[in-house]
Design a protein around this ligand. Structure first.
Ligand code: NAP
Length: 244
């Protein structure tokens, strides 16, 4: 297995943290990015226990200047990014009829434009190297839609379209671009859901459990590997069978 440099956004907790630790345990150098540097340092310390280098970069995905500065610093100080995991995202849920422009903009800017901008920062080095892996974390709701999440679903469906276009643009350069669409995963993002809703969800999940961050990280690790080199433009659902 080759050792690569992986940049994971939203690595301070939840799915991003699991992706960072799983990639570190697979032998990759990891660059951990999010707003909370203290949390990132804790994750970096755990990643280093796997015997790899781990670096921390503060980033605010909602700010174009911050995204640019963070990637510039990371690639100057720690080396060209070879694996990008676009994981950071937020929700600002509400019914469309009453949704404020701020809530629309915050979600689209952070989840969709932030991810696109991150991709733009790593492409030149990947194109030069003629090797790259981009994994975008989408969502089951980006495939199905979800009432009360018009902004979030638009961003996730957008990310899936972006994945397919970019896969076609980048295939001649041996860069693969894929998405992972998690179902309902136990993290801070879903901790706020009422128990009643979780019970309902369990009824429609054939595997009868919510997913764990490690379930998603395993798919990300595979799509980032040399072995996944003939897979591009795909959306891999990791959802316990809740949507097929
Ligand atoms: P989470 O627990 O809420 O963690 C979100 C991560 O994103 C944190 O590390 C957070 O770090 C970072 N983040 C948020 N806003 C940011 C910003 N402006 N700039 C930089 N980093 C930011 O979420 P999660 O459940 O792990 O979700 C991870 C990904 O999976 C997301 O793309 C989400 O949409 C997707 N997903 C989750 C589920 C689920 O059931 N949990 C289902 C489908 C898809 P800081 O706060 O330190 O910045």
């Amino acid at each position: 297995m080759s050792t690569r440099t992986a940049f994971i956004t939203g690595a301070s907790r939840g799915i991003g943290q699991a992706c960072a630790l799983t990639l570190a345990r697979a032998g990759h150098r990891v660059i951990l990015a999010a707003r909370n540097a203290g949390k990132l340092e804790e994750v970096a310390a755990r990643a280093r226990e796997a015997g790899v280098d781990a670096y921390v970069v503060e980033i605010d995905m909602s700010s174009p200047d911050s995204v640019q500065a963070a990637f510039h610093k990371a690639q100057k100080e720690f080396g060209a990014v070879e694996i990008l995991v676009n994981n950071a995202a937020i929700t600002r849920d509400g019914l469309a009829v009453r949704m404020k422009k701020d809530d629309w903009d915050a979600v689209i800017n952070t989840n969709l434009y932030g991810s696109f901008q991150a991709i733009q920062q790593v492409l030149p080095n990947m194109m030069r190297a003629r090797w790259g892996r981009i994994v975008n974390i989408a969502s089951v709701v980006g495939l199905t839609g979800n009432p009360g999440q018009a902004n979030y679903v638009a961003a996730k469906a957008g990310l899936i379209g972006l994945t397919k276009s970019l896969a076609q643009e980048m295939a001649p350069r041996n860069i693969t671009v894929n998405a992972v669409a998690p179902g309902f995963i136990e993290t801070d993002m879903t901790a706020v859901l009422p128990q009643e809703l979780k019970d309902k969800l369990l009824q429609i999940i054939p595997l009868k459990r919510l997913g764990s961050p490690a379930d998603i990280a395993a798919a990300v690790k595979f799509l980032s590997s040399d072995e996944a080199g003939y897979i591009t433009g795909q959306t891999l659902s990791v959802n316990g069978g809740m949507y097929m």
